[in-house]
Design a protein around this ligand. Structure first.
Ligand code: PRP
Ligand code: URA
Length: 215
């Protein structure tokens, strides 16, 4: 792991398990089933690190030896908010870690010409201001969708936000961090650049299409 541009709020993973799975995802021969499984597994591995500061409280348990106080997580305080569609693929990976988390949805699509995000659906869990919010989207390209999603969450009172993306372009990381310097951004891979259609290079193509088998 390292901090992008020495910014402690931008955490880039370097784990070989993540790198291996990303290589399989990049391969254009990888089918929908396998691709979807990779997205979920990577989200789980990233979530393990990103949730290391989840609040806990002690409860009393009785072991076969004696009673003791031991911590459990306050899972109801967590909200997972995927950016539709592709972010949906990461939700189960986080819920595997914290099954009691609530789930919101932010529907955005990129205009094919301007590449700017358009909102079509948004619903967040109640008491969003009191929750740790994990936003998921496998691709952080121009950063437009990420910025719009975090804007929406903040407008509804969200404060403690972590953004998880699998592959990011430098432009996207920098735009999101500039617009929202208070959030934590986690990326499993930083790729080279965006092409003229604002796709990440080398990337993995259209994440939503590859997860859901659409063209
Ligand atoms: C993709 C991806 C991100 C967005 C990233 O979604 O899942 O949400 O593009 O691009 P940006 O950083 O330039 O905004 P898309 O708009 O293709 O919608 P989809 O998930 O429904 O396919
Ligand atoms: N959205 C994707 O799904 N892939 C990219 O490379 C860029 C945006």
């Amino acid at each position: 792991m390292y901090y992008y541009n020495d910014n402690p709020n931008i955490i880039i993973f370097e784990h070989p398990l993540l790198k291996h799975k990303i290589t399989l995802m990049r391969d254009k021969r990888t089918g929908t089933n396998e691709f979807r499984k990779m997205v979920e597994e990577i989200a789980c591995l990233m979530g393990f690190e990103a949730l290391k500061d989840l609040p806990t409280h002690n409860i009393e348990v009785e072991t076969p030896i004696e009673k003791c106080m031991s911590p459990i997580i306050e899972g109801k305080k967590l909200a997972v908010v995927p950016i539709l569609r592709a972010g949906l693929g990461m939700v189960e990976g986080i819920l595997d870690l914290v099954p009691s988390a609530k789930v919101g949805h932010i529907g955005l699509y990129r205009d094919p010409v301007t590449h700017e995000p358009h909102e079509y659906y948004c619903k967040l869990p109640s008491a969003i201001d009191q929750r740790l919010i994990v936003v998921t989207d496998p691709m952080l390209a121009t950063g437009g969708s990420g910025v719009a999603a975090v804007n929406f969450i903040k407008q509804h009172g969200g404060k403690h936000i972590k953004f998880l993306s699998i592959i990011a372009a430098p432009e996207g990381i920098e735009r999101l961090a500039a617009a929202h310097p208070d959030i934590e951004i986690y990326c499993a891979q930083v790729d080279r650049e965006l092409n003229e259609n604002k796709y990440i290079c080398p990337g993995l193509g259209d994440a939503g299409d590859r997860i859901f088998g659409t063209i």
